[in-house]
Structures are given as C-alpha cells and as structure tokens.
Write a protein that binds this ligand. Structure first.
Ligand SMILES: Cc1cc2nc3c(=O)[nH]c(=O)nc-3n(C[C@H](O)[C@H](O)[C@H](O)COP(=O)(O)O)c2cc1C
Length: 171
C-alpha cells in the first residue's frame, strides 16, 4: 500500500533559485514536489497542505494568476506561499500589489526568501527589465545589487519558519 504524502510543493521558476528552495523544503518535509506545468487539478486535491513557491518578477508574484485561478479548488487546504526575490520592494508593497482579493490574501500564509541573480545568465530582455526594476525601487540594498552582478542570497536555513509552520498545521 503506497504511503500518501500530506504535503505538496508546487513551484515556478525562471532561473532556478525557487526550485532550489522547493527542493530543500521537499526533503525536510517529506513532501511531493511538482514543477507547475506538471501538476493537475486532481493532484492538488490529494493533499492537506500545499506550499507554492514563486519568484517575484517586476513586483509581480510569478504564480499570481495561477493562484487566483485555482483558489476555489484548494481553498479548504492549508495554503502556503513562499516568494523568492532580491527584496527590491517591501513585503507590504508586494502584498498590496498582488492581492486585491481579501479572501485570498487572508487565506494564504506568506513567507519571503532571499533570491539569487546571475546577470550573465539573464536573457537580454530580462537584463533590461531587472535594471529597470532596480532603478524604480532604489534604496540602500540596491547599491550592492548594482555593483555585484552575480549574487546568491539563498540560504537553506531560512526555510526553517516555513517547516515549523507547515508541520504544525499538517500533523
Ligand atoms: C527581469 C527581472 C525582474 C525582477 N524583478 C524583481 C522585483 O521586482 N523585485 C525583486 O525583489 N526581485 C526581482 N527580481 C529578482 C528575482 O526575484 C530573483 O532573481 C529570484 O531569485 C528569481 O527566482 P528564480 O531563479 O526562481 O527565477 C527580478 C529579476 C529579474 C531577472
């Protein structure tokens, strides 16, 4: 008899940093791990807790449309979302910008994690867009971002609060 896991992690990534966090969480939580394009409606219904992982691109949560679209299917589950970014905006601004729907905002438990950027790997368009995002959101943190074009701020220890929250809610 196969053992049914209670937790799913569903992530979307463009350059891999969010996938790295999703992998760390999957190991620690013994969770099933899905890249967004591999997960169907029926898959999600099997779990008690679903953790979504999404980068922030141009102030937008990359999984925002997906979450809005699927919300009614999964709203009775524990829903967690971790956002991965270079902290160009405040957490409050990200929430404000991405969640017009109060029900979704109240239901999803949000966490913010520090991302990675390797300027050499970015597409031409993303280089331009990232520079634009930096100049639009200038604060002290940005100075180092502009100087160091390859930055990896990901840290596996920072997923601890997510693990504690999810274990508490699930078991
Ligand atoms: C085109 C572009 C736009 C970005 N916009 C933002 C942004 O608005 N706010 C932010 O904090 N980080 C921004 N970032 C940084 C990404 O969120 C960060 O690099 C993240 O780790 C990417 O995740 P991924 O590797 O899973 O795709 C941007 C990066 C790129 C390339």
């Amino acid at each position: 008899m196969p053992y049914d896991k209670k937790i799913a992690i569903v992530y979307k990534t463009k350059y891999g940093c969010t996938m790295k966090y999703a992998g760390w969480l999957a190991i620690k939580l013994d969770a099933d791990l899905y890249e967004i394009s591999d997960v169907g409606r029926w898959d999600l219904l099997k779990y008690k807790t679903i953790i979504f992982g999404s980068p922030i691109y141009n102030s937008q949560i990359y999984l925002k449309d997906y979450l809005q679209d699927k919300f009614h299917t999964i709203k009775n589950k524990n829903i967690v979302l971790f956002c991965v970014s270079m902290n160009l905006q405040s957490k409050e601004d990200i929430v404000e910008y991405n969640f017009e729907n109060e029900e979704i905002k109240n239901k999803i438990k949000l966490f913010f994690l520090q991302g990675c950027i390797n300027f050499d790997n970015l597409s031409k368009l993303d280089k331009i867009k990232f520079k634009k995002s930096i100049s639009k959101n200038l604060h002290s943190d940005m100075v180092s971002l502009e100087k160091n074009i390859n930055i990896d701020r990901s840290d596996k220890h920072t997923v601890r609060p997510i693990i504690d929250y999810v274990l508490d809610k699930t078991y």
